[in-house]
Design a protein around this ligand. Structure first.
Ligand code: BGC
Length: 398
């Protein structure tokens, strides 16, 4: 903290400073999706009542506002809104309208995702996004949400982290549908998800041509282990193209902004004898063993802006840190690096911390504590962590 305290953070007018969440991780009782199904089968930890945010969203937004944030990212649970194919729930649509209206009445900007890792069980049973029928249904859902809720949504994210979803569900096999099929993974990532995004983008735009539509893409900062090595630089170029750009290149004409989830830096080494190696360097480790490297956010955003010239919204960046001794500096450092990128002309419209609350961290259950706010999982009592004070030290130009 010593080194960073000397600098000030003054963000541009209208900068979106906020926190991010997703439906299955905080709402509770999302019993009609594929995760819930597999939770009951014992394949992944049970999410149960999660943070009970389905009922406590007003309190969550109040805290968001009080700690000094102006933006909230949430996702709409497709399985609630369309529990059976083609049958939309009037009650659930009304619920999400109330949620978004509450955001407005607390003067919080809304960022809304349509897919954040979960699928209605019926859509999963139809083959998930491998199936064109499901892709069409998703576009229909997107259109319906734009019609019913569009007046209350400031920014849309069609999908969250297509790469992570495919890697965890179709390559590593840790998440539903627990597949380990590289061919399927390639098809879903490079063909199907491109279609999912484009159709959802068009569906929203057909309702409101002025809607701001993007997606949340996880990009890494790839750095050469030996900057002077041709091979290390070559593998960095390849990894950037393959992991960071290939997907975005295919949808770049269907984006109003790019949402970026930044968590990782990979230092890469390529040798003829050992192939590709990820070398762990510097940085503190989070409770999940993830190394922090704030400078990476500068490179990721700068490179991205040079390539696409589109506004960038940091849709996620966060740290699992139960002791709360690293979070404040983590946020501060990342914002400092973003400030540097902006001073060099990179258009960054906001920074959303992951996450407002301790929540259901997928196959890691309730272990990791990412929250600015601690949640008692029995009583659901919320307790703001000291690190959330960091936002009081940050200025946004008027
Ligand atoms: C996801 C979140 C997740 C977070 C921390 C992102 O990959 O979008 O759902 O909780 O990272 O792992």
């Amino acid at each position: 903290m010593t080194q960073t305290k000397q600098k000030q953070i003054i963000l541009p007018k209208n900068f979106l400073l906020g926190a991010a969440t997703s439906s299955h991780q905080i709402e509770g009782n999302n019993s009609k999706n594929d995760w819930w199904y597999w939770e009951q089968q014992g394949r992944v930890p049970k999410s149960g009542q999660a943070c009970d945010s389905y009922n406590r969203y007003k309190e969550d937004f109040k805290i968001t506002k009080e700690i000094g944030l102006n933006t909230f990212r949430l996702s709409i649970e497709w399985s609630r809104v369309e529990p059976e194919p083609g049958k939309f729930s009037v009650a659930e649509i009304k619920h999400y309208r109330e949620v978004l209206q509450e955001l407005k009445s607390q003067q919080l900007t809304s960022v809304v995702s349509l897919h954040h890792f979960t699928l209605p069980l019926w859509a999963a049973n139809q083959g998930g996004f491998k199936s064109n029928k499901v892709i069409q249904s998703f576009a229909q859902f997107a259109k319906m949400m734009a019609q019913e809720l569009g007046d209350l949504v400031d920014y849309w994210n069609t999908i969250n982290e297509p790469g992570v979803y495919v890697n965890m569900g179709y390559i590593q096999g840790f998440w539903p549908p627990f597949s380990k099929n590289v061919l399927d993974a390639g098809i879903i990532y490079y063909l199907k998800f491109v279609k999912v995004h484009k159709l959802a983008y068009q569906a929203i735009k057909s309702v409101d041509p002025n809607a701001q539509v993007g997606l949340a893409k996880n990009n890494l900062y790839n750095a050469p282990f030996r900057p002077s090595s041709f091979l290390d630089r070559l593998i960095v170029k390849f990894s950037d193209w393959y992991g960071n750009y290939l997907f975005l290149d295919r949808i770049k004409n269907h984006l109003d902004f790019i949402g970026i989830n930044y968590y990782f830096t990979h230092t890469l080494k390529l040798s003829l004898t050992r192939g590709v190696e990820h070398i762990k360097i510097g940085g503190l480790s989070s409770d999940m063993g993830w190394r922090t490297y704030p400078e990476g956010i500068y490179h990721v955003t700068r490179d991205l802006y040079q390539r696409y010239k589109l506004p960038i919204l940091i849709t996620e960046n966060g740290i699992a840190n139960a002791h709360d001794d690293m979070r404040q500096d983590f946020i501060w450092q990342h914002l400092l690096w973003l400030q540097k990128a902006m001073s060099e002309g990179v258009q960054i419209i906001g920074y959303l911390y992951w996450s407002l609350l301790d929540n259901y961290e997928w196959s890691d259950g309730y272990g990791p504590k990412f929250g600015l706010v601690e949640v008692n999982m029995q009583t659901f009592e919320r307790k703001v962590r000291p690190s959330a004070q960091v936002y009081k030290k940050i200025q946004i130009k008027k």
